[in-house]
Design a protein around this ligand. Structure first.
Ligand SMILES: [Zn+2]
Ligand SMILES: [Zn+2]
Length: 150
């Protein structure tokens, strides 16, 4: 088995391990991500929830319900926002790439919620980008979650 991706929060209380392969890696510009993380955008990688484990900090981890469908996991001690899970992506855990200790098995490959991006940061990459509601995004999601895709 490949070496898992490991990482955690700022204070070190919450630690996780994630078995590769990941499902996807993308930059999300939505307002919920921006506010929850206090950042211009959030880079997420996705996993099957069976590939995710919390290795410490069960008592420190808190979940905030950010919408009817979705919850965001953060450390109750230091406030680091780490995780996202949603009925919109059943059976998956999404993890903030910035909380991983090192590189993961893939590079970010697209932007989502691109129409919600902040006006004060210029994006200079050639990655595909999709607005919050777009046919392209739905197609990408279907392909990205096909098992065995690199
Ligand atoms: Zn912490
Ligand atoms: Zn988002």
């Amino acid at each position: 088995m490949d070496t898992p991706i490991v990482g955690g929060c700022l204070c070190g209380a919450v630690r996780f391990a994630a078995q590769t392969p990941t499902l996807f890696c993308c930059h999300c510009h939505c307002a919920w991500c921006r506010r929850a993380h206090g950042a211009a955008f959030v880079t997420w990688f996705g996993l099957k929830d069976t590939a995710f484990s919390l290795t410490s900090g069960e008592g420190a981890l808190r979940w905030f319900r950010s919408s009817k469908a979705s919850e965001r996991g953060f450390c109750g001690t230091c406030g680091t926002t780490l995780f996202f899970r949603s009925t919109l992506a059943p059976g998956e855990m999404h993890v903030a790439l910035a909380c991983a200790d090192g590189p993961i098995d893939r590079a970010p490959s697209l932007h989502v919620f691109y129409d919600a991006r902040v006006p004060w940061l210029a994006m200079h990459d050639d990655l595909p980008h999709f607005d919050r509601e777009s046919e392209g995004l739905r197609k990408y999601q279907a392909v990205a979650r096909t098992p065995g895709r690199p």
